[in-house]
Design a protein around this ligand. Structure first.
Ligand SMILES: NC(=O)c1ccc[n+]([C@@H]2O[C@H](COP(=O)([O-])OP(=O)(O)OC[C@H]3O[C@@H](n4cnc5c(N)ncnc54)[C@H](OP(=O)(O)O)[C@@H]3O)[C@@H](O)[C@H]2O)c1
Length: 247
């Protein structure tokens, strides 16, 4: 199937911050996977999703699959905005991604040998983005997913400390997890020059959302695909073999 990427570096570019780019990026498409940046938990996301869905449906992109978060009020409001839009909608709610450790947020800390976060031992059911992608593709291209909310987690609840230990085992490198306080975390973000809006988002995610409300498993991957989700240990071993965590 022909596929078009929608992001600022794509052609034509798509930018959540510039509504004029939305219709050209959607032109001629029948379905779209909607991943809001930086996060549906930030103020303004429900309005953005409502406007985006209106643009899409008016232009003929009728099927919309929304990547959503767990336990965030803003995400729930954005889901409601999508449901009210007249689109053929599917919501895919996800826990923290495995790939944060190898492709984004935590990669630099893993490479430096110390991951320091204010998680207070709260366990998280990390989910693999390969499974999320499979669910999204099914919902975009097959019938039977419309009007449903899938909540995706991995198969195990583990703490950030356990996740880092499993990565250290898989790589054979000494990588340690250091629990820090919220005050140390926010001071570190300021020291690193983290942009204010990203710092506010991370403070919200670690300070509010990671209070135990999401510390449970769901069977969303099995419901959507009829198979089990990938385990964090398999992710760690297979990712270590790619060399991305080599010192
Ligand atoms: N990470 C997690 O654990 C997690 C868990 C649950 C849900 N989510 C949700 O997943 C979504 C993506 O998060 P992520 O962690 O994958 O983010 P990410 O790794 O930072 O990915 C950002 C992507 O978005 C594009 N992008 C950045 N700014 C953009 C803009 N203004 N307009 C259009 N595209 C833009 C970037 O491409 P360009 O640079 O080319 O624009 C890049 O491809 C968010 O809605 C987040 O809430 C994440």
């Amino acid at each position: 199937m022909p596929v078009r990427v929608g992001s600022r570096s794509a052609q034509p570019p798509f930018d959540w911050a510039d509504q004029a780019t939305w219709a050209p990026a959607l032109a001629g498409t029948a379905a779209a996977y909607v991943s809001y940046v930086p996060d549906l938990g930030v103020p303004g996301s429900p309005a953005a999703i409502a406007s985006f869905a209106e643009t899409a449906v008016n232009g003929g992109t009728r099927r919309l699959v929304l990547l959503s978060g767990r336990g965030e009020e803003g995400a729930l409001r954005a889901e409601k905005a999508l449901e009210a839009s007249g689109a053929e909608w599917t919501v895919v709610r996800c826990s923290w991604f495995n790939q944060n450790f190898s492709e984004s947020l935590f990669l630099s800390q893993v490479l430096a040998g110390e991951v320091a976060l204010p998680t207070d031992g709260v366990p998280e059911p990390f989910v693999d983005t390969d499974g999320i992608a499979d669910v999204a593709v099914a919902a975009l291209t097959e019938d039977g997913y419309e009007g449903r909310v899938y909540e995706l987690t991995g198969p195990r609840l583990i703490t950030f400390g356990q996740a880092v230990a499993e990565i250290a085992d898989a790589t054979g490198r000494p990588i340690r997890y250091s629990p820090i306080s919220m005050a140390q975390f926010t001071a570190g973000l300021a020291e690193e020059g983290t942009p204010e809006d990203l710092a506010a988002l991370l403070t919200y995610l670690f300070g509010d959302v990671m209070d135990g409300r999401n510390a449970y498993l769901t069977d969303g991957v099995r419901q959507a695909l009829g198979r089990e989700p990938r385990d964090f240990g398999d992710y760690a071993r297979e990712t270590a073999a790619t060399g991305v965590w080599a010192a």
